[in-house]
Design a protein around this ligand. Structure first.
Ligand code: F0G
Length: 425
């Protein structure tokens, strides 16, 4: 097999077919390491470009198009795929203008089968679960991971089990978990505590964990940058901007970008900007404090997807910041919701957490970190339908502490033609 598991801290290695999320020696996070040099054919831009528009699996998936970089040794027949990825890259001058840059590209991961980027990590995670012979898979979730895992587990004929935080899961996500048939346990604890609980319960019951602590998740998620850079004709932008919660994407992007450089798909490293909500900003605090002392926070934000105070992928995200010359920024709930309204109003739409990318890019331009002439790739992580309550609350001006700058209030009328015409004039 050209792939192994390797501890990011002490470099201890483990066979690829092993149920392990952290190093048995030192507790460090594990990487899936591939030996690209051992592959029969070289990895080139042409190899991946030739697969665009493929009808047949596995290359009809925007994850498995990059199979050599994702999981080269897996048999195509073993792959559990819902043709995820293949998401659009939008370039809209008015959104670039809002951010204050000349070139802004929005990679819309809400266009995945269950409406979030999680599907990219779930196709690889559930494929590995099946490869290991697992029949039950579990996760703790703020909502999107559970929606995605529930779908992929059902699709693969496995039992999905999700631990949901007691409050504040967006309605669209809750509905998906139930609809796809997962066992949904609403636990009287926040996400960070649920993360610890799911690991302990799964260990006792022999269930495979599919949170982003599982390194196979990140192998799928790194294809967000592979696909975006392919869409940019392999020309790296100056910046990639991404929301940060449990820091799975940030970690996956760093690994993916380094691999692209290594095999020669890109010739320079973009800088990564990780954006957190002000009320859920442990990485921002740690980074602005010079990485001296990490302190988890009690998280609170309207962007419930990233209401996370103790991210499990912290050390991998720090490594990404080092590799990419990256930065961390925070944005307020009001900035998030206003940026979301601008993205929604442009006809594209996204859920609150996703709008951190645009809000954060704007703030980094205002502070002079991102230059107006820089090219920026911003990742939208989830679909507009995920959190209807936040959207409706914003436009009705019913969100505490948030002054909506881009309201589209619903007009009310009686069954009266004159009144309706007056409203529309
Ligand atoms: N955006 C959305 C829409 C998310 O659902 C998440 C994470 C993030 C951003 C943050 O990504 O964790 O890779 O830094 N949602 C998780 C969940 C935690 O349970 O659905 P990250």
């Amino acid at each position: 097999m050209p792939s192994i598991l390797q501890c990011m801290d002490c470099a201890q290695q483990y066979p690829i077919k092993c149920v392990l999320y952290t190093c048995k020696e030192c507790g460090g996070l594990l990487d899936v390491k591939h030996d690209f040099a051992s592959l029969a054919a070289p990895i080139t831009r042409e190899l991946f470009d030739a697969r665009l528009g493929a009808f047949a699996p596995p290359y009809n998936s925007g994850v498995w198009r990059f199979k050599e970089l994702v999981y080269p040794g897996i048999e195509p027949a073993a792959i559990v795929s819902r043709m995820e990825g293949n998401t659009n890259l939008y370039e809209l001058p008015r959104l670039a203008e809002f951010a204050g840059v000349d070139a802004l590209y929005l990679k819309h991961e809400g266009e995945n089968p269950t409406g979030s980027f999680k599907d990219r990590g779930m196709t690889t995670g559930v494929t590995q679960a099946r490869h290991l012979g697992a029949t039950r898979v579990a996760c703790a979730s703020t909502g999107n991971t559970s929606a995605s895992m529930a779908s992929y587990a059902a699709y693969a004929g496995m039992q999905g089990i999700v631990f949901l935080q007691n409050q504040e899961i967006a309605m669209g996500k809750l509905a998906q978990g139930i609809a796809y048939g997962a066992k949904c346990v609403q636990i009287n604890a926040d996400f960070d505590r649920n993360m610890a609980l799911v690991r302990q319960v799964s260990e006792r019951l022999g269930i495979y964990v599919l949170n982003s602590i599982n390194p196979f998740r990140l192998e799928g998620q790194k294809t967000i940058v592979f696909e975006a850079l392919q869409q940019l004709r392999w020309q790296a932008p100056d910046w990639i901007v991404v929301p940060g919660g449990n820091l799975g994407n940030s970690s996956a992007f760093g690994k993916g970008l380094l691999e692209m450089l290594e095999v020669g798909l890109i010739d320079r490293m973009p800088r990564l900007a990780i954006i957190q909500a002000e009320g859920a900003n442990p990485l921002y605090r740690y980074f602005s404090g010079g990485l001296n002392h990490f302190q988890p926070v009690k998280a609170q934000t309207i962007a419930t997807a990233i209401k996370i105070g103790n991210p499990v992928n912290l050390t991998k995200a720090i490594r990404t910041l080092e590799w990419t010359g990256g930065v961390v920024e925070e944005v307020s709930d009001e900035q998030i919701m206003n940026a979301k309204a601008v993205i929604d109003g442009a006809g594209i739409g996204c859920e609150p957490a996703s709008a951190c990318s645009l809000a954060g890019a704007k703030k980094l331009v205002e502070s002079g970190t991102i230059k107006p002439g820089d090219s920026v790739l911003a990742v939208l992580t989830g679909h507009v339908l995920k959190d209807p309550e936040a959207t409706i609350g914003y436009h009705a001006d019913q969100l505490a502490g948030i002054a909506p700058g881009y309201r589209n209030p619903i007009l009310q009328a009686d069954d009266d033609i004159e009144q309706i015409i007056r409203l529309l004039e």
